[in-house]
Ligand binder design. Structure first.
Ligand code: SF4
Ligand code: SF4
Ligand code: SF4
Length: 258
C-alpha cells in the first residue's frame, strides 16, 4: 500500500507532467496545425514528396527578388530549413522568369509542374494554393463597395471576377461580389495581402484544405469530358458482359474439359 508521502509524490509528478507534458503536447498540436497549412513556392511537389526532395539549401529563397520566401526556423512550426511564404506579409508576385523554381537543384521545385499542354513553363500555371473568401467578413458581401482583392489580382477577370447581385437589404443597390475561380487561381496571395479587413477575408489555403471532392459516381451529363466517362463505363460493362457470355457459352456447350 502506498504511503501518504508516495501518494503526494505521485500527485506532484502528475502535476509536473501536466505542466511540462501539456506544454510539449500543446506545442506538438500547434506544430502539426501550422505545417498542415504551409504554402510552398511555385512548382513545389506534393507536400510529402517535397519534404523528401528538398535539401534545404535555400537557393529558392535567395533567388526570390521580393523576399517572399523564408526558410523555416525552429519554432516556426514548419519542417526546419524548408521554404515557405505567408501572403499576408509578402505574397508571391508571380515572376515570369520563375527564378525560385528554376534555381532548385533537387527537383523539389519542378518547372514541369508549371507546364500545361506541352507548352513552356508558365508561372500562371502555379498551384500554390487556392484563395477562399469568408463572406461574413468581406465588405463586398455586406453590400459596401470594395474591390481591393479584385483590383490587386494579377489574373484579374480570370482568377477573380465580380458578380452583380441586388442588395436585398436596401432594395435599390447592387452588390459587387468577388468570386474566385479555382481553375485559374495560382494561390499567389496578392489578394490576401491587399484585403482591407483587419484579418483578411480572402486568404490562400493549400489545395487539400480548400477543395472538396464529389467522387466518381456523379456525372455532369452536360459536359463532353464527363459524358465520355459514361460511354467508357458502358463499354466496360459491355466488355465484361461479353467475357461472361463467352464463358456461359463454353459452359452451356460443355466445351471445357474437366
Ligand atoms: S515567383 Fe517570384 S515572387 Fe514568387 S516566390 Fe518565386 S521568385 Fe518569389
Ligand atoms: S532550392 Fe529546392 S532544395 Fe533548395 S531549399 Fe529551395 S526547394 Fe529546397
Ligand atoms: S491568390 Fe488571389 S490574387 Fe492570386 S491568383 Fe488567386 S485570386 Fe488572384
Amino acid at each position: 500500500m502506498a504511503t501518504r508521502r508516495k501518494v503526494i509524490q505521485r500527485m506532484m509528478e502528475g502535476a509536473v507532467f501536466m505542466g511540462t507534458g501539456g506544454l510539449i503536447w500543446g506545442k506538438a498540436i500547434q506544430t502539426t496545425t501550422k505545417a498542415d497549412y504551409v504554402l510552398r513556392p511555385p512548382g513545389a511537389l506534393k507536400e510529402k514528396n517535397f519534404l523528401k526532395a528538398c535539401i534545404k539549401c535555400g537557393q529558392c529563397v535567395e533567388a526570390c527578388p521580393y523576399d517572399t520566401l523564408k526558410l523555416a526556423e525552429p519554432g516556426d512550426g514548419i519542417a526546419n530549413g524548408t521554404p515557405y511564404f505567408e501572403p499576408r506579409s509578402i505574397p508571391c508576385y508571380l515572376c515570369t522568369d520563375m527564378p525560385c523554381t528554376d534555381s532548385c537543384p533537387s527537383g523539389a521545385l519542378d518547372l514541369k509542374l508549371l507546364t500545361k499542354e506541352e507548352k513552356p513553363a508558365d508561372i500562371n500555371n502555379a498551384k500554390m494554393g487556392l484563395a477562399v473568401i469568408h463572406k461574413e467578413s468581406c465588405l463586398a458581401y455586406w453590400g459596401i463597395r470594395c474591390e481591393a482583392c479584385y483590383r490587386a489580382c494579377p489574373l484579374i477577370d480570370k482568377a477573380i471576377t465580380l458578380d452583380y447581385e441586388v442588395n436585398k437589404r436596401t432594395g435599390m443597390h447592387a452588390k459587387l461580389l468577388p468570386i474566385v475561380h479555382s481553375d485559374v487561381c495560382t494561390g499567389c496571395g496578392v489578394c490576401e495581402q491587399s484585403c482591407i479587413a483587419e484579418k483578411a477575408a480572402i486568404f490562400v489555403l493549400p489545395l487539400d484544405k480548400s477543395t472538396g471532392e464529389v467522387g466518381d459516381h456523379y456525372i455532369k451529363g452536360w459536359e463532353k469530358k464527363d459524358e465520355n466517362r459514361i460511354n467508357d463505363d458502358v463499354k466496360k460493362v459491355d466488355d465484361e458482359k461479353d467475357v461472361e457470355s463467352a464463358i456461359d457459352y463454353l459452359n452451356d456447350n460443355d466445351l471445357i474439359d474437366d
